[in-house]
Design a protein around this ligand. Structure first.
Ligand code: GTQ
Length: 343
């Protein structure tokens, strides 16, 4: 590729005239937006250690009452994207949310899609369009675009979970908005998906016609995901142990924007993930280990830690234990890349 002309090559009066007319010459910027072969990536390889974030989050619990927060969240912002832009990756927002015993995060709904992954605490539930979804460690709970949701905590001690939203994408599309609502009335003791979709491969009667395109399953219990990976490990002595979270009726990703998965690292195992275009985030549910990108300095992680890594890179994960498996939940932008034809 040959060198293109720069801004400085142009007379100042000409440059000023362009600016005045809201015009920009492409050629000085061409290589920046269309770099050779590999995109420029702002997503940095990063770890948010739970041992560091947890005390700061508990401090927020003392400093800011729920009425002043609505959602008491510390956002895991990737500095590569600019901290205030609240992006972990180009399309993914992540935050750690705290609710103290007896508190409620009030009912609202919004255009961005959200998932919660429960990190710590018992006795909380999120009510999603009238369905109370119990929150247990490692569970993945959906609040899809447009659905009412409010969080309650009736247990003891704090509850903390990881929020993952497609907020940066929807915000960039100038489509992000919310409305507040009255508390939801419900007679259900727990979510319906717990009953309807509690077994893989078994779904409600196939003649049943769903009236809407709603996500049929709102809660993906960690125990089932974990058990599946452990069973797979019995069957496969080598190869990547990885599953995808899908809509049980269609097999599609949970959201059109973000794809979710879970993986298991066998004791002592090191794996390099298949190279992909999409950035990815990792949440360690169990175990400890290391993550390194393109052979760079490894980041050590423990359970409850959250990490980010850019796309177009070789991501290597290793299990730090020689006798225990490690488990991570992942989120990436693969559904969007596929839709756009850039995957
Ligand atoms: O719990 O509804 O981290 O609306 C950001 C925006 C959580 C929530 C976030 C939200 C929520």
């Amino acid at each position: 590729m040959h060198q293109l002309g720069t801004l400085e090559d142009l007379p100042e009066s000409y440059r000023n005239e362009l600016t005045e007319q809201n015009l920009v010459p492409l050629w000085p910027n061409m290589r920046a937006v269309l770099p050779p072969k590999v995109p420029s990536r702002k997503t940095r390889t990063l770890r948010w250690g739970y041992e560091v974030v947890r005390p700061l989050l508990l401090q927020a619990g003392e400093l800011t009452p729920m009425e002043k927060a609505e959602r008491r969240v510390l956002v895991l912002a990737n500095p590569g994207h600019g901290l205030n832009n609240m992006q972990a990756t180009p399309s993914i927002y992540m935050g750690l949310q705290l609710i103290l015993p007896g508190e409620t995060a009030p009912n609202h709904r919004h255009t961005p899609n959200a998932v919660r992954i429960i990190i710590e605490g018992e006795g909380a539930y999120t009510t999603v369009n009238g369905e109370p979804c119990r929150m247990e460690r490692g569970d993945l709970i959906l609040t899809p675009s447009g659905k009412w949701h409010e969080h309650h905590h009736e247990g003891e001690g704090p509850i903390v979970w990881l929020d993952i939203l497609d907020l940066p994408l929807i915000y960039q599309l100038e489509g992000s908005w919310a409305v507040e609502g009255q508390p939801q009335q419900t007679t259900l003791s727990r979510d319906k998906s717990f009953a309807d979709y509690s077994a893989a491969g078994v779904v409600p009667n196939l003649n049943f016609q769903r009236g809407t395109a709603d996500s049929p399953m709102l809660r993906y219990p960690w125990g089932k995901t974990r058990a599946c990976l452990v069973e797979m490990a019995e069957h496969y002595q080598d190869g990547l142990l990885q599953v995808s979270y899908v809509n049980p009726e269609t097999g599609a990703s949970l959201f059109p924007s973000i794809g979710f998965g879970a993986l298991m690292l066998r004791p002592g195992e090191t794996v390099t993930l298949p190279r992909r275009t999409t950035a990815c985030v990792f949440h360690a549910v169990e175990g400890c280990g290391q993550l390194s990108v393109d052979g760079g300095e490894p980041l050590a992680w423990n359970d409850k830690d959250t990490l980010s890594a850019p796309g177009y890179s070789d991501i290597t994960l290793s299990n730090g234990s020689a006798d225990q498996p490690a488990f991570m939940i992942t989120a990436d932008e693969a559904p969007l890349h596929r839709y756009l034809g850039i995957y």
